[in-house]
Design a protein around this ligand. Structure first.
Ligand code: NOJ
Length: 561
Protein backbone atom coordinates (compact mmCIF):
# COMPACT_ATOMS: atom_id res chain seq x y z
CA UNK A 1 0.00 0.00 0.00
CA UNK A 2 2.64 2.51 1.06
CA UNK A 3 4.61 1.60 -2.08
CA UNK A 4 1.69 2.48 -4.26
CA UNK A 5 1.42 5.82 -2.48
CA UNK A 6 5.14 6.48 -2.95
CA UNK A 7 4.80 6.11 -6.70
CA UNK A 8 1.95 8.59 -7.00
CA UNK A 9 2.70 11.71 -9.03
CA UNK A 10 3.62 14.76 -6.98
CA UNK A 11 1.24 17.64 -6.47
CA UNK A 12 1.78 20.72 -8.62
CA UNK A 13 -0.37 23.31 -6.86
CA UNK A 14 1.04 25.45 -4.08
CA UNK A 15 -1.44 27.50 -2.12
CA UNK A 16 1.07 28.83 0.40
CA UNK A 17 1.75 32.03 -1.51
CA UNK A 18 -1.86 33.01 -2.29
CA UNK A 19 -3.58 35.23 0.33
CA UNK A 20 -6.99 34.38 -1.21
CA UNK A 21 -6.15 30.67 -1.13
CA UNK A 22 -9.46 29.74 0.49
CA UNK A 23 -11.37 30.82 -2.62
CA UNK A 24 -9.60 28.37 -4.93
CA UNK A 25 -9.00 25.58 -2.41
CA UNK A 26 -10.80 22.28 -2.08
CA UNK A 27 -11.15 21.33 1.57
CA UNK A 28 -11.20 17.81 2.99
CA UNK A 29 -12.64 17.04 6.40
CA UNK A 30 -10.45 14.45 8.06
CA UNK A 31 -11.26 12.93 11.43
CA UNK A 32 -7.88 12.22 12.96
CA UNK A 33 -9.09 9.36 15.14
CA UNK A 34 -10.62 7.62 12.11
CA UNK A 35 -7.94 8.18 9.46
CA UNK A 36 -4.81 6.23 10.26
CA UNK A 37 -3.47 4.71 13.47
CA UNK A 38 0.33 4.88 13.47
CA UNK A 39 1.02 3.24 16.84
CA UNK A 40 -1.38 0.32 16.81
CA UNK A 41 -3.58 1.35 19.74
CA UNK A 42 -6.76 1.30 17.64
CA UNK A 43 -7.18 5.07 17.49
CA UNK A 44 -6.18 7.21 14.54
CA UNK A 45 -3.51 9.79 15.35
CA UNK A 46 -1.57 12.78 14.06
CA UNK A 47 1.43 10.75 12.94
CA UNK A 48 -0.96 8.51 11.04
CA UNK A 49 -2.38 11.52 9.26
CA UNK A 50 1.13 12.72 8.40
CA UNK A 51 1.75 9.34 6.73
CA UNK A 52 -1.31 9.80 4.56
CA UNK A 53 -0.67 13.38 3.43
CA UNK A 54 0.86 12.24 0.15
CA UNK A 55 -2.38 10.48 -0.68
CA UNK A 56 -4.38 13.64 -0.02
CA UNK A 57 -1.94 15.77 -2.02
CA UNK A 58 -2.15 13.29 -4.89
CA UNK A 59 -5.95 13.40 -4.79
CA UNK A 60 -5.89 17.17 -5.23
CA UNK A 61 -7.01 18.25 -1.78
CA UNK A 62 -5.76 21.76 -0.95
CA UNK A 63 -6.77 22.26 2.66
CA UNK A 64 -7.60 20.06 5.62
CA UNK A 65 -10.25 20.64 8.24
CA UNK A 66 -9.64 18.67 11.43
CA UNK A 67 -12.60 18.31 13.81
CA UNK A 68 -11.55 18.82 17.46
CA UNK A 69 -8.33 17.19 18.60
CA UNK A 70 -8.38 18.75 22.06
CA UNK A 71 -8.48 16.64 25.23
CA UNK A 72 -12.08 15.56 25.63
CA UNK A 73 -14.25 12.94 27.33
CA UNK A 74 -15.44 12.26 23.75
CA UNK A 75 -19.11 12.26 24.63
CA UNK A 76 -19.74 14.42 21.57
CA UNK A 77 -16.97 13.39 19.22
CA UNK A 78 -14.53 15.89 20.76
CA UNK A 79 -16.91 18.85 20.50
CA UNK A 80 -16.93 18.53 24.29
CA UNK A 81 -13.61 20.24 24.93
CA UNK A 82 -11.88 19.75 28.29
CA UNK A 83 -8.77 21.81 27.49
CA UNK A 84 -8.57 24.31 24.64
CA UNK A 85 -4.80 24.57 24.56
CA UNK A 86 -3.68 20.98 24.32
CA UNK A 87 -3.77 17.92 22.08
CA UNK A 88 -5.59 14.84 23.33
CA UNK A 89 -2.76 12.37 24.09
CA UNK A 90 -4.69 9.68 22.22
CA UNK A 91 -3.89 11.60 19.01
CA UNK A 92 -0.29 12.45 19.86
CA UNK A 93 1.66 15.37 21.22
CA UNK A 94 1.90 19.08 20.50
CA UNK A 95 5.20 18.31 18.73
CA UNK A 96 3.32 15.87 16.46
CA UNK A 97 0.81 18.58 15.69
CA UNK A 98 3.54 21.07 14.87
CA UNK A 99 5.12 18.50 12.60
CA UNK A 100 1.77 17.95 10.91
CA UNK A 101 1.44 21.68 10.20
CA UNK A 102 4.94 21.74 8.72
CA UNK A 103 4.32 18.63 6.59
CA UNK A 104 1.02 20.01 5.28
CA UNK A 105 2.66 23.31 4.37
CA UNK A 106 5.62 21.55 2.79
CA UNK A 107 3.16 20.07 0.30
CA UNK A 108 1.68 23.48 -0.55
CA UNK A 109 -1.51 22.67 1.36
CA UNK A 110 -3.28 24.42 4.23
CA UNK A 111 -4.63 23.19 7.55
CA UNK A 112 -7.60 24.39 9.60
CA UNK A 113 -8.99 23.10 12.88
CA UNK A 114 -12.27 23.38 14.75
CA UNK A 115 -12.75 26.06 17.36
CA UNK A 116 -15.63 25.17 19.65
CA UNK A 117 -16.53 28.61 20.94
CA UNK A 118 -20.06 28.17 22.16
CA UNK A 119 -19.61 25.52 24.82
CA UNK A 120 -17.11 23.35 26.64
CA UNK A 121 -17.31 19.94 28.23
CA UNK A 122 -18.67 19.83 31.78
CA UNK A 123 -15.26 18.32 32.56
CA UNK A 124 -13.47 21.55 31.65
CA UNK A 125 -11.83 23.04 34.78
CA UNK A 126 -13.69 26.32 34.10
CA UNK A 127 -17.03 24.56 34.53
CA UNK A 128 -15.91 22.63 37.57
CA UNK A 129 -14.75 25.91 39.14
CA UNK A 130 -17.92 27.68 38.08
CA UNK A 131 -20.20 25.17 39.77
CA UNK A 132 -18.20 24.88 42.98
CA UNK A 133 -17.24 28.53 43.42
CA UNK A 134 -19.96 30.86 42.07
CA UNK A 135 -18.16 33.95 43.42
CA UNK A 136 -14.75 32.88 42.17
CA UNK A 137 -13.00 33.94 38.93
CA UNK A 138 -14.93 31.41 36.81
CA UNK A 139 -18.32 31.85 38.52
CA UNK A 140 -19.65 33.83 35.57
CA UNK A 141 -18.07 31.79 32.75
CA UNK A 142 -21.27 29.87 32.05
CA UNK A 143 -24.94 30.80 31.71
CA UNK A 144 -26.53 30.18 35.12
CA UNK A 145 -30.12 30.80 36.14
CA UNK A 146 -32.50 30.13 39.01
CA UNK A 147 -35.22 29.27 36.55
CA UNK A 148 -35.39 26.96 33.56
CA UNK A 149 -38.16 29.03 31.96
CA UNK A 150 -35.96 31.66 30.31
CA UNK A 151 -35.57 31.74 26.49
CA UNK A 152 -38.29 29.13 26.15
CA UNK A 153 -38.55 29.66 22.40
CA UNK A 154 -35.02 28.42 21.70
CA UNK A 155 -35.31 25.18 19.73
CA UNK A 156 -33.78 21.96 20.99
CA UNK A 157 -31.05 20.79 18.63
CA UNK A 158 -30.28 17.29 19.89
CA UNK A 159 -33.93 16.22 19.92
CA UNK A 160 -33.00 12.52 20.30
CA UNK A 161 -31.31 13.13 23.64
CA UNK A 162 -32.39 16.37 25.28
CA UNK A 163 -35.78 17.74 26.34
CA UNK A 164 -34.65 21.16 27.55
CA UNK A 165 -31.83 23.64 26.93
CA UNK A 166 -31.45 23.91 30.71
CA UNK A 167 -29.94 21.34 33.07
CA UNK A 168 -29.91 21.35 36.87
CA UNK A 169 -26.57 21.43 38.64
CA UNK A 170 -26.90 19.91 42.08
CA UNK A 171 -23.63 21.44 43.30
CA UNK A 172 -24.32 25.08 42.49
CA UNK A 173 -28.08 24.49 42.83
CA UNK A 174 -28.85 26.43 39.70
CA UNK A 175 -29.75 25.64 36.12
CA UNK A 176 -27.17 26.06 33.35
CA UNK A 177 -27.84 26.69 29.67
CA UNK A 178 -26.75 24.18 27.00
CA UNK A 179 -27.75 24.27 23.33
CA UNK A 180 -26.35 20.79 22.72
CA UNK A 181 -25.82 17.88 25.13
CA UNK A 182 -26.45 18.56 28.82
CA UNK A 183 -22.77 17.77 29.42
CA UNK A 184 -21.81 20.70 27.15
CA UNK A 185 -22.58 23.88 29.09
CA UNK A 186 -22.69 27.05 27.00
CA UNK A 187 -19.99 29.60 27.74
CA UNK A 188 -21.26 32.99 28.82
CA UNK A 189 -20.24 35.41 26.07
CA UNK A 190 -21.73 38.31 28.00
CA UNK A 191 -18.71 37.96 30.21
CA UNK A 192 -15.84 39.96 28.59
CA UNK A 193 -13.36 37.52 30.12
CA UNK A 194 -14.90 34.67 28.11
CA UNK A 195 -14.69 36.76 24.95
CA UNK A 196 -11.04 37.43 25.70
CA UNK A 197 -10.31 33.76 26.49
CA UNK A 198 -11.59 32.69 23.06
CA UNK A 199 -9.49 35.32 21.28
CA UNK A 200 -6.42 34.20 23.19
CA UNK A 201 -7.11 30.53 22.46
CA UNK A 202 -7.39 31.42 18.77
CA UNK A 203 -4.06 33.28 18.96
CA UNK A 204 -2.47 30.26 20.63
CA UNK A 205 -3.28 28.00 17.66
CA UNK A 206 -2.69 30.63 14.98
CA UNK A 207 0.76 31.22 16.42
CA UNK A 208 1.44 27.50 15.92
CA UNK A 209 0.90 28.15 12.22
CA UNK A 210 -2.56 26.81 11.43
CA UNK A 211 -4.35 28.49 8.54
CA UNK A 212 -7.69 29.06 10.18
CA UNK A 213 -10.66 27.74 12.08
CA UNK A 214 -14.01 26.22 11.44
CA UNK A 215 -16.13 28.06 13.97
CA UNK A 216 -18.43 25.48 15.50
CA UNK A 217 -22.05 26.30 16.37
CA UNK A 218 -21.41 29.97 15.86
CA UNK A 219 -25.04 31.27 15.84
CA UNK A 220 -25.53 30.45 19.52
CA UNK A 221 -22.89 32.55 21.29
CA UNK A 222 -25.30 35.09 22.82
CA UNK A 223 -28.80 34.30 24.05
CA UNK A 224 -31.82 36.54 23.91
CA UNK A 225 -35.59 36.13 23.96
CA UNK A 226 -36.19 37.95 20.74
CA UNK A 227 -34.53 35.51 18.36
CA UNK A 228 -34.75 32.04 19.87
CA UNK A 229 -31.18 32.33 21.10
CA UNK A 230 -29.76 32.39 17.56
CA UNK A 231 -28.04 35.03 15.40
CA UNK A 232 -28.02 37.65 18.13
CA UNK A 233 -26.59 41.02 16.98
CA UNK A 234 -24.02 40.77 19.78
CA UNK A 235 -22.77 37.49 18.26
CA UNK A 236 -22.13 39.29 14.98
CA UNK A 237 -20.50 42.19 16.78
CA UNK A 238 -18.14 39.76 18.56
CA UNK A 239 -17.31 37.98 15.31
CA UNK A 240 -16.41 41.28 13.67
CA UNK A 241 -13.92 41.94 16.45
CA UNK A 242 -12.64 38.37 16.20
CA UNK A 243 -12.09 38.78 12.46
CA UNK A 244 -10.39 42.13 12.95
CA UNK A 245 -7.96 40.47 15.34
CA UNK A 246 -7.23 37.67 12.82
CA UNK A 247 -6.74 40.13 9.94
CA UNK A 248 -4.49 42.39 11.98
CA UNK A 249 -2.36 39.75 13.66
CA UNK A 250 -2.57 36.77 11.29
CA UNK A 251 -3.36 38.00 7.76
CA UNK A 252 -4.22 35.24 5.31
CA UNK A 253 -5.76 32.95 7.94
CA UNK A 254 -9.44 32.19 7.55
CA UNK A 255 -12.66 31.68 9.49
CA UNK A 256 -15.28 29.21 8.27
CA UNK A 257 -18.71 29.50 9.88
CA UNK A 258 -20.85 26.54 10.84
CA UNK A 259 -24.20 28.31 10.79
CA UNK A 260 -27.05 25.97 9.96
CA UNK A 261 -29.51 28.72 9.12
CA UNK A 262 -31.82 29.90 6.34
CA UNK A 263 -30.08 31.77 3.47
CA UNK A 264 -30.22 35.36 4.78
CA UNK A 265 -29.24 34.42 8.32
CA UNK A 266 -26.43 32.11 7.16
CA UNK A 267 -25.10 34.80 4.81
CA UNK A 268 -25.03 37.30 7.70
CA UNK A 269 -21.96 35.42 8.99
CA UNK A 270 -19.93 36.87 6.11
CA UNK A 271 -20.52 40.31 7.59
CA UNK A 272 -19.99 43.06 5.04
CA UNK A 273 -17.03 44.07 2.92
CA UNK A 274 -16.26 46.94 5.31
CA UNK A 275 -16.95 44.92 8.44
CA UNK A 276 -16.28 41.28 7.61
CA UNK A 277 -16.93 38.33 9.91
CA UNK A 278 -16.15 34.94 8.34
CA UNK A 279 -14.35 34.31 5.05
CA UNK A 280 -16.33 31.17 4.39
CA UNK A 281 -19.76 29.90 5.45
CA UNK A 282 -20.94 26.36 4.89
CA UNK A 283 -23.76 26.38 2.37
CA UNK A 284 -26.34 24.74 4.62
CA UNK A 285 -29.27 26.13 2.62
CA UNK A 286 -28.17 24.35 -0.55
CA UNK A 287 -26.94 21.02 0.83
CA UNK A 288 -30.28 19.30 1.62
CA UNK A 289 -31.78 20.62 -1.63
CA UNK A 290 -29.09 18.80 -3.60
CA UNK A 291 -30.31 15.55 -2.11
CA UNK A 292 -33.93 16.57 -2.53
CA UNK A 293 -33.48 17.48 -6.18
CA UNK A 294 -31.64 14.28 -7.05
CA UNK A 295 -34.40 12.04 -5.67
CA UNK A 296 -37.18 14.30 -6.95
CA UNK A 297 -35.51 14.18 -10.39
CA UNK A 298 -36.33 17.85 -10.56
CA UNK A 299 -33.99 20.81 -10.16
CA UNK A 300 -36.65 23.31 -9.07
CA UNK A 301 -35.84 23.36 -5.34
CA UNK A 302 -32.17 23.82 -6.05
CA UNK A 303 -32.80 26.69 -8.43
CA UNK A 304 -35.12 28.30 -5.90
CA UNK A 305 -32.67 28.14 -3.00
CA UNK A 306 -29.80 29.45 -5.13
CA UNK A 307 -32.04 32.28 -6.20
CA UNK A 308 -32.83 33.04 -2.55
CA UNK A 309 -29.18 32.88 -1.50
CA UNK A 310 -27.35 36.19 -1.13
CA UNK A 311 -24.08 36.67 -2.98
CA UNK A 312 -21.28 36.94 -0.36
CA UNK A 313 -19.33 40.19 -0.04
CA UNK A 314 -16.23 40.52 -2.26
CA UNK A 315 -13.78 38.32 -0.37
CA UNK A 316 -16.34 35.96 1.16
CA UNK A 317 -17.28 32.61 -0.29
CA UNK A 318 -19.80 29.87 0.43
CA UNK A 319 -18.47 26.41 1.13
CA UNK A 320 -20.37 23.68 -0.67
CA UNK A 321 -20.54 20.18 0.80
CA UNK A 322 -22.49 16.97 0.61
CA UNK A 323 -21.73 15.15 3.84
CA UNK A 324 -19.77 15.64 7.01
CA UNK A 325 -19.31 13.96 10.39
CA UNK A 326 -22.86 14.90 11.47
CA UNK A 327 -26.27 13.75 10.36
CA UNK A 328 -27.50 15.15 7.06
CA UNK A 329 -29.44 17.89 8.76
CA UNK A 330 -33.02 18.60 7.68
CA UNK A 331 -33.68 21.44 10.10
CA UNK A 332 -33.82 24.06 7.37
CA UNK A 333 -36.24 22.41 4.94
CA UNK A 334 -40.04 22.61 5.10
CA UNK A 335 -42.07 19.98 6.98
CA UNK A 336 -43.28 18.54 3.71
CA UNK A 337 -39.74 18.35 2.26
CA UNK A 338 -38.46 16.75 5.46
CA UNK A 339 -41.18 14.08 5.44
CA UNK A 340 -40.35 13.36 1.83
CA UNK A 341 -36.62 13.15 2.45
CA UNK A 342 -37.04 10.85 5.44
CA UNK A 343 -39.15 8.62 3.23
CA UNK A 344 -36.58 8.61 0.44
CA UNK A 345 -33.37 8.52 2.40
CA UNK A 346 -34.13 7.03 5.83
CA UNK A 347 -36.47 4.09 5.28
CA UNK A 348 -35.17 2.42 8.49
CA UNK A 349 -35.56 4.19 11.88
CA UNK A 350 -31.86 3.47 12.57
CA UNK A 351 -31.01 5.87 9.76
CA UNK A 352 -32.47 8.91 11.52
CA UNK A 353 -30.73 11.08 14.07
CA UNK A 354 -32.19 14.21 15.64
CA UNK A 355 -33.72 16.16 12.73
CA UNK A 356 -31.61 14.46 10.10
CA UNK A 357 -30.23 11.33 8.48
CA UNK A 358 -27.10 9.61 9.74
CA UNK A 359 -25.83 8.03 6.54
CA UNK A 360 -22.88 8.48 4.24
CA UNK A 361 -22.98 9.63 0.65
CA UNK A 362 -22.66 6.27 -1.12
CA UNK A 363 -25.47 4.50 0.77
CA UNK A 364 -27.67 7.61 0.52
CA UNK A 365 -27.32 7.52 -3.24
CA UNK A 366 -27.95 3.75 -3.39
CA UNK A 367 -24.33 3.27 -4.28
CA UNK A 368 -25.02 4.64 -7.75
CA UNK A 369 -21.78 5.69 -9.38
CA UNK A 370 -23.65 8.07 -11.67
CA UNK A 371 -25.41 9.77 -8.77
CA UNK A 372 -22.17 10.07 -6.77
CA UNK A 373 -20.43 11.68 -9.74
CA UNK A 374 -23.37 13.99 -10.30
CA UNK A 375 -23.45 15.10 -6.67
CA UNK A 376 -19.70 15.67 -6.57
CA UNK A 377 -19.69 17.53 -9.89
CA UNK A 378 -22.36 19.77 -8.45
CA UNK A 379 -20.46 20.83 -5.33
CA UNK A 380 -17.30 21.24 -7.39
CA UNK A 381 -18.98 23.59 -9.87
CA UNK A 382 -21.49 25.66 -7.90
CA UNK A 383 -20.10 28.94 -6.54
CA UNK A 384 -18.18 28.07 -3.40
CA UNK A 385 -15.25 26.30 -1.86
CA UNK A 386 -16.00 22.58 -1.90
CA UNK A 387 -15.48 20.57 1.27
CA UNK A 388 -15.17 16.80 0.87
CA UNK A 389 -15.68 14.26 3.64
CA UNK A 390 -13.03 11.60 4.19
CA UNK A 391 -13.94 8.27 2.63
CA UNK A 392 -16.54 9.63 0.23
CA UNK A 393 -13.89 9.67 -2.48
CA UNK A 394 -13.87 5.86 -2.45
CA UNK A 395 -17.61 5.49 -1.90
CA UNK A 396 -17.25 4.33 1.70
CA UNK A 397 -20.35 2.94 3.41
CA UNK A 398 -21.66 3.51 6.92
CA UNK A 399 -22.83 1.47 9.90
CA UNK A 400 -26.27 2.56 11.01
CA UNK A 401 -26.13 0.14 13.95
CA UNK A 402 -23.60 2.27 15.79
CA UNK A 403 -24.93 4.92 18.19
CA UNK A 404 -25.35 8.66 17.60
CA UNK A 405 -23.38 9.78 14.50
CA UNK A 406 -20.63 7.16 14.87
CA UNK A 407 -21.96 5.26 11.86
CA UNK A 408 -20.46 7.88 9.53
CA UNK A 409 -17.20 8.15 11.49
CA UNK A 410 -15.79 4.63 11.06
CA UNK A 411 -12.12 4.02 10.16
CA UNK A 412 -10.88 4.99 6.72
CA UNK A 413 -10.60 1.96 4.47
CA UNK A 414 -7.10 1.81 3.03
CA UNK A 415 -6.61 -1.84 2.06
CA UNK A 416 -8.41 -5.18 2.12
CA UNK A 417 -6.12 -6.27 5.00
CA UNK A 418 -6.81 -6.47 8.72
CA UNK A 419 -8.72 -3.43 10.01
CA UNK A 420 -8.82 -2.13 6.43
CA UNK A 421 -5.17 -1.08 6.82
CA UNK A 422 -6.26 1.57 9.31
CA UNK A 423 -4.57 0.01 12.32
CA UNK A 424 -2.46 -2.96 13.38
CA UNK A 425 -4.45 -3.32 16.61
CA UNK A 426 -6.53 -6.29 17.63
CA UNK A 427 -9.79 -5.69 15.72
CA UNK A 428 -11.69 -5.56 19.01
CA UNK A 429 -9.55 -2.65 20.18
CA UNK A 430 -10.51 -0.31 17.34
CA UNK A 431 -12.07 2.99 18.29
CA UNK A 432 -14.98 2.05 16.00
CA UNK A 433 -15.36 -1.11 13.93
CA UNK A 434 -14.54 -1.00 10.23
CA UNK A 435 -17.49 -1.27 7.84
CA UNK A 436 -18.23 -4.88 6.92
CA UNK A 437 -21.68 -4.57 5.38
CA UNK A 438 -22.42 -6.74 2.38
CA UNK A 439 -22.21 -3.89 -0.08
CA UNK A 440 -19.50 -1.72 1.44
CA UNK A 441 -17.17 -4.26 3.04
CA UNK A 442 -13.64 -2.92 3.27
CA UNK A 443 -12.50 -5.95 1.27
CA UNK A 444 -13.83 -4.29 -1.85
CA UNK A 445 -14.17 -0.64 -0.88
CA UNK A 446 -10.71 0.68 -0.07
CA UNK A 447 -8.04 3.02 -1.40
CA UNK A 448 -5.69 0.29 -2.57
CA UNK A 449 -8.35 -1.39 -4.71
CA UNK A 450 -9.44 2.00 -6.03
CA UNK A 451 -5.86 2.73 -7.06
CA UNK A 452 -5.71 -0.59 -8.92
CA UNK A 453 -8.69 0.41 -11.03
CA UNK A 454 -8.23 3.38 -13.38
CA UNK A 455 -12.03 3.71 -13.72
CA UNK A 456 -12.65 4.00 -9.96
CA UNK A 457 -14.55 6.84 -8.34
CA UNK A 458 -11.25 7.86 -6.72
CA UNK A 459 -9.54 8.38 -10.09
CA UNK A 460 -12.66 10.07 -11.44
CA UNK A 461 -12.64 12.54 -8.55
CA UNK A 462 -8.95 13.22 -8.90
CA UNK A 463 -9.41 14.02 -12.60
CA UNK A 464 -12.24 16.40 -11.81
CA UNK A 465 -10.32 18.09 -9.02
CA UNK A 466 -7.40 18.59 -11.39
CA UNK A 467 -9.65 20.05 -14.08
CA UNK A 468 -11.38 22.30 -11.60
CA UNK A 469 -8.04 23.71 -10.47
CA UNK A 470 -7.16 24.56 -14.09
CA UNK A 471 -10.26 26.70 -14.71
CA UNK A 472 -10.47 29.84 -12.56
CA UNK A 473 -14.17 30.27 -13.43
CA UNK A 474 -14.99 27.53 -10.89
CA UNK A 475 -13.39 29.34 -7.99
CA UNK A 476 -13.92 32.95 -8.95
CA UNK A 477 -16.50 33.09 -11.71
CA UNK A 478 -19.92 34.67 -11.52
CA UNK A 479 -23.05 32.54 -11.49
CA UNK A 480 -25.93 32.75 -13.93
CA UNK A 481 -28.83 30.33 -14.12
CA UNK A 482 -29.50 28.99 -17.62
CA UNK A 483 -33.17 28.06 -17.93
CA UNK A 484 -34.01 24.70 -19.41
CA UNK A 485 -37.27 23.37 -20.83
CA UNK A 486 -36.74 20.16 -18.81
CA UNK A 487 -37.40 20.46 -15.07
CA UNK A 488 -34.92 17.63 -14.47
CA UNK A 489 -32.10 19.58 -16.11
CA UNK A 490 -30.13 22.00 -13.98
CA UNK A 491 -27.84 24.28 -15.95
CA UNK A 492 -25.80 27.34 -15.12
CA UNK A 493 -22.88 29.40 -16.29
CA UNK A 494 -19.78 30.29 -14.31
CA UNK A 495 -18.65 33.45 -16.01
CA UNK A 496 -15.08 34.70 -15.95
CA UNK A 497 -13.18 37.31 -18.00
CA UNK A 498 -11.10 34.64 -19.75
CA UNK A 499 -13.67 31.94 -20.40
CA UNK A 500 -17.07 30.78 -19.25
CA UNK A 501 -17.91 27.37 -17.95
CA UNK A 502 -21.27 25.80 -18.74
CA UNK A 503 -22.54 23.16 -16.36
CA UNK A 504 -25.61 21.14 -17.24
CA UNK A 505 -26.90 18.18 -15.27
CA UNK A 506 -29.69 15.72 -15.64
CA UNK A 507 -31.26 14.79 -12.30
CA UNK A 508 -33.51 12.28 -13.95
CA UNK A 509 -32.89 8.54 -14.09
CA UNK A 510 -34.13 8.70 -17.69
CA UNK A 511 -32.48 10.01 -20.82
CA UNK A 512 -33.54 13.45 -21.91
CA UNK A 513 -32.65 16.25 -24.26
CA UNK A 514 -32.90 19.99 -23.87
CA UNK A 515 -32.22 23.13 -25.85
CA UNK A 516 -30.30 25.77 -23.90
CA UNK A 517 -30.51 29.42 -24.74
CA UNK A 518 -27.08 31.10 -24.68
CA UNK A 519 -27.65 34.32 -26.63
CA UNK A 520 -24.38 35.92 -25.45
CA UNK A 521 -22.37 33.03 -26.84
CA UNK A 522 -23.84 32.63 -30.34
CA UNK A 523 -21.38 30.82 -32.61
CA UNK A 524 -18.78 30.32 -29.85
CA UNK A 525 -16.50 27.30 -29.70
CA UNK A 526 -17.23 24.79 -26.93
CA UNK A 527 -14.86 22.22 -25.47
CA UNK A 528 -15.31 19.51 -22.85
CA UNK A 529 -13.38 20.42 -19.73
CA UNK A 530 -11.96 17.20 -18.43
CA UNK A 531 -10.67 15.78 -21.71
CA UNK A 532 -10.21 19.17 -23.42
CA UNK A 533 -11.80 17.95 -26.66
CA UNK A 534 -13.99 19.93 -29.09
CA UNK A 535 -17.74 19.69 -28.49
CA UNK A 536 -20.44 21.12 -30.75
CA UNK A 537 -20.30 24.92 -31.04
CA UNK A 538 -23.13 27.12 -29.82
CA UNK A 539 -25.42 27.70 -32.84
CA UNK A 540 -25.49 31.08 -34.56
CA UNK A 541 -28.96 31.45 -33.04
CA UNK A 542 -27.40 31.14 -29.57
CA UNK A 543 -28.88 27.69 -28.97
CA UNK A 544 -27.10 24.57 -27.75
CA UNK A 545 -28.83 21.19 -27.73
CA UNK A 546 -27.70 18.73 -25.08
CA UNK A 547 -28.70 15.11 -24.79
CA UNK A 548 -28.28 13.36 -21.46
CA UNK A 549 -28.09 9.83 -20.18
CA UNK A 550 -29.55 9.06 -16.72
CA UNK A 551 -27.86 11.23 -14.07
CA UNK A 552 -25.32 12.45 -16.61
CA UNK A 553 -23.87 15.91 -16.84
CA UNK A 554 -21.65 18.21 -18.88
CA UNK A 555 -18.76 20.42 -17.83
CA UNK A 556 -18.05 22.57 -20.89
CA UNK A 557 -15.85 25.55 -21.48
CA UNK A 558 -16.98 28.28 -23.86
CA UNK A 559 -14.18 30.31 -25.43
CA UNK A 560 -14.52 34.08 -25.27
CA UNK A 561 -12.55 34.95 -28.41
C1 NOJ B 1 -21.60 20.94 15.45
C2 NOJ B 1 -20.70 19.77 15.26
O1 NOJ B 1 -20.50 19.56 13.89
C3 NOJ B 1 -21.35 18.58 15.91
O2 NOJ B 1 -20.65 17.40 15.65
C4 NOJ B 1 -21.46 18.84 17.39
O3 NOJ B 1 -22.15 17.78 18.00
C5 NOJ B 1 -22.18 20.16 17.66
N1 NOJ B 1 -21.69 21.23 16.85
C6 NOJ B 1 -22.01 20.57 19.09
O4 NOJ B 1 -20.69 20.99 19.28
Amino acid sequence: MMNILKNLPKRERNLMTDPLWYRTAVFYEVMVRAFHDSDGDGIGDLRGLIKRLDYLAWLGVDALWLPPIYPSPLRDGGYDVADYRAIDPRYGTMADFEELIAEVHKRGMRITIDLVMNHSSDQHPWFQASRTDPDGPYGDYYVWSDTDQKWANARIIFTDHETSNWAWDSVREQFYWHRFYHHQPDLNFENPKVQQEMMDIARFWLEKGIDGFRLDAVPYLFEDDSNGGENDPRTHEYLRRFRAMVDAEFPGRVLLAEANQPPEEAAAYFGTEEEPECHLCFHFPVMPRIFYSIKAQDATKLREILHATPVPPAKGQWSTFLRNHDELTLEMVTDQERRQMFEWYAPHPQMKANVGIRRRLAPLLDNSRHAMELAHALILSLPGTPCLYYGDEIGMGDNVWLPDRDGVRTPMQWTPDRNAGFSRADPGALNLPVVQSLLHHYNGVNVESSLMQPTSLLFWLRRFLTSRAQHPAFADGGYADVPSSESSVFSFLRTHPEESVLVAMNFSTNQCSTLLDLPDFAGRTVKTIVSNTPFQDVGDDGKLRLTFGPHSFYWLVIAHD
